[in-house]
Design a protein around this ligand. Structure first.
Ligand code: HEC
Length: 292
């Protein structure tokens, strides 16, 4: 190659690299600019006030509910004192906050709003918090959970501020990362059901404890380890269902990943009656109709 040709080849190479970098920078800046209003959007909310019990039985029951619903010994840390739920430079760095501190410092209406409506104190959306599942949580159970959290020893946990990286913002624009208050709005309301009736109670339990992973209508999800439609419960006998939900052991001894962990940490706290009602509903004609 002549000296001139050699320099030309270098120029083309350098210009191509600069072009690709400039495109990447423009793309990243564009994603940040377009996604920022989505992150800053505020939502209309209701102020719901609850009476928080102080008697010992309610606090103990609140502890059981907090375990079943994953507020304690789960995403918010073993003692609900908070932990980094996700810590990724390009994705999302998200602290699951200290619930003892929040239960004591926020107003009950503010706490309720985050949990059941998916809206933070400043009116913006929570992220990853399974508010669509808690939307149907009864006033009684939420009040008991708050009573329990208020009594926990406070942990002085240091957590980073949330930050939203490029890949998380991109997935928001693609509609992959669902905006929680919008998802809450799509959940069927079942608060009118008389849950002293076993079938209704089973439906209440399924909607408030399984829908986080198995989808808002329990149809299953394509992401998150692909939890199937809960119609799969019909292949389980009650004894096998009980074993799955208490010990995380699926039929055939398969390892069912996230389900195994959720069963051991959370669902092992169900009473036998709750398991019976859950099974009754998930194997009923009514459930098949609700799925349609
Ligand atoms: C933390 C997420 C999570 C929660 C909460 C959850 N599940 Fe699952 N579940 C999964 C995943 C993931 C799978 C698929 C696992 C696999 O196939 O490896 C699964 C699978 C199952 C299966 C099928 C097991 C099999 O034999 O393949 C049943 C039945 C089931 N779940 C019932 C429930 C019920 C009932 C609830 C509520 C009480 C519930 N799950 C709550 C994540 C979850």
């Amino acid at each position: 190659m002549t000296e001139k040709g050699y320099y030309k080849a270098w120029r083309v190479l350098i210009l191509s690299i600069v072009g690709v970098l400039a495109f990447a920078a423009f793309f990243a800046i564009g994603v940040y600019i377009v996604s920022q209003p989505m992150l800053e959007r505020t939502y209309a909310y209701k102020d719901v006030n609850l009476i928080i019990p102080t008697d010992n039985d309610s606090i103990v029951e609140g502890g059981r509910q907090a375990r079943i619903h994953g507020c304690y010994n789960s995403c918010h840390g073993t003692g609900a004192g908070g932990k980094m739920f996700s810590d990724s430079l390009l994705g999302i760095s998200l602290p699951a906050p200290n619930l003892t501190m929040l239960a004591n410092n926020l107003s009950v209406a503010e706490f309720e709003r985050s949990v059941r409506q998916g809206i933070k104190q400043d009116g913006t959306a929570v992220h990853f918090m399974p508010a669509p599942m808690y939307y149907n949580l009864s006033d009684t159970q939420l009040s008991q959970i708050i009573a329990f959290l208020r009594r926990l020893p406070d942990e002085d946990t240091e957590l980073e501020e949330p930050s939203f990286g490029l890949s998380y913002r991109w997935s928001l624009l693609q509609g992959e990362e669902r905006i929680i208050p919008d998802e809450v709005a799509k959940v069927p309301y079942i608060g009118h059901l008389d849950i002293s009736e076993p079938l209704n109670h089973g439906r209440y339990l399924a909607m408030t404890t399984c829908s986080q992973c198995h989808g808002p209508r329990l149809h299953g999800r394509a992401d998150w380890g692909q939890p199937p439609s809960l119609v799969v419960s019909t292949v389980y006998s009650f004894e096998d269902f009980k074993l799955l939900l208490t010990a995380g052991e699926a039929i055939g001894g398969r390892n069912v990943g996230a389900m195994r962990i959720a069963s051991k940490k959370r669902f092992s706290n169900f009473t036998k009656e709750e398991l019976e009602h859950l099974y009754l509903y998930l194997t009923s004609d009514e459930f098949m109709q609700d799925l349609e």
